[in-house]
Design a protein around this ligand. Sequence first.
Ligand code: TRP
Length: 456
Amino acid sequence: MQRGSHHEAWSSRFAFLLAAVGSAVGLGNIWKFPYVTGVNGGGAFVLVYVACVILVVIPILIGELLIGRRGGESPANSMAALAKDENRHSSWEILGWLGIIAAFLILTFYSVIAGWSLAYVLETAKGSFENIDATGSREIFDGLLADPLSLGLWHGLFMGITMFVVSRGVKKGLERAVTVMLPSLFVILLVLVGYAAIAGEFKRAFDFLFTTDFSKIDANVILIAVGQAFFSVSVGIGALMTYGAYLPRDVSIPKMSCVIAAADTLVAVLAGLAIFPIVFAYGLEPGEGPGLIFVTLPIAFGQMPGGTFIGTLFFVLLAFAALTSSISLLEPTVSRLVEQRDWKRVPVTICAGVAAWLVGLGSVFSFNNWADFTPLGIFPTFANKTVFDLLDYLATNILLPLGGMLIAIFAGWLMAKKSTLDELGLTDGPVYRVWRFLVRFVSPVAVGLVFLFNLA
Ligand code: TRP
């Protein structure tokens, strides 16, 4: 069978761009980036983060899309095909499987957090936060986390919507969903930034995000920035590799990669500019941590005029962003399964989604019944880590950078120069040379160093 014949292609370059930006923009931008920036001292972290995106993540993203499009199949089959084309060992197929498994694992806990955002749409719309104080807000959040039944149901609802979209296929499912949701997401985000600029302490937030205190940069900040950059741009595993397989040949991969990374970074910064002015205006704590948008922000929504509306809008934004990402986490598994002879998309999607929901229950229980269950507790690094923490650690700090490093090695060292030149549609000029230098030397070495520090 001809390569790629199992799959639909994107109907246009723009459709691909929306889908890829949709994958990149997610909880990582709106939930994680602001709080990680807050905890790690603001501007210094932002600077390191942007450097990681440009020097490490974009080169790997180019490699990932290039492998995906040249292979034309799911990550596993694309890697197998390319290993053969390039006369490399067939075990490179394992890299593809690693990507599929990593995407699946991330989906299992991603959907649990995305479930919180659905719960909060309802909670804010009901007006539960009106005139609430810090204790009250924390009680609502802790109450949600303590209740495995509602967590499991919200997680199930979110997974169900993801499955619905993916089951309809590339054009009718993925494309339609992102075409509606991504532009809405941008509009909502701009409205929120506008609101924060008028009603909040915008200048202070701006200084917080962009004034760099170099003394705050240390190995740990770099480590966190690299992990966050991989996660936020969706790079390092099979998600964008799978999207690349559906990419028409006339699209320039280097250009697309820069646009995807730039849009993702822009949204992260805008999310910071929507959130921190409000945090400062209401005297709240920017370094609050993971609870920043679920505990801290609702206090402000409860006090501000029109806060019920603005708050609801905010959590709708979060849910949309999460959904356009979760579909890219389910798609790699589904794309591999439909390559199996006679396996149809709908049943395959249902099986994969239900399996991800079941595994995700481990993360659901991590916040209540299993809160004290630390499976790897005998190792000091994992001392207090729940099942959820372990999955997050394994995926974000190990599988993503490892996958990214192997992608860089394959695209930079093992593919023939002629193949990469041809696939990127470039001549052997400055753009190609810069990419090749970064992907061969800078990205793998940077990731290797991060691993060393991580282990030490
Ligand atoms: N990038 C998404 C976010 O920021 C999450 C995500 C979607 C992802 N697909 C991925 C992360 C693939 C890593 C790999 O929320």
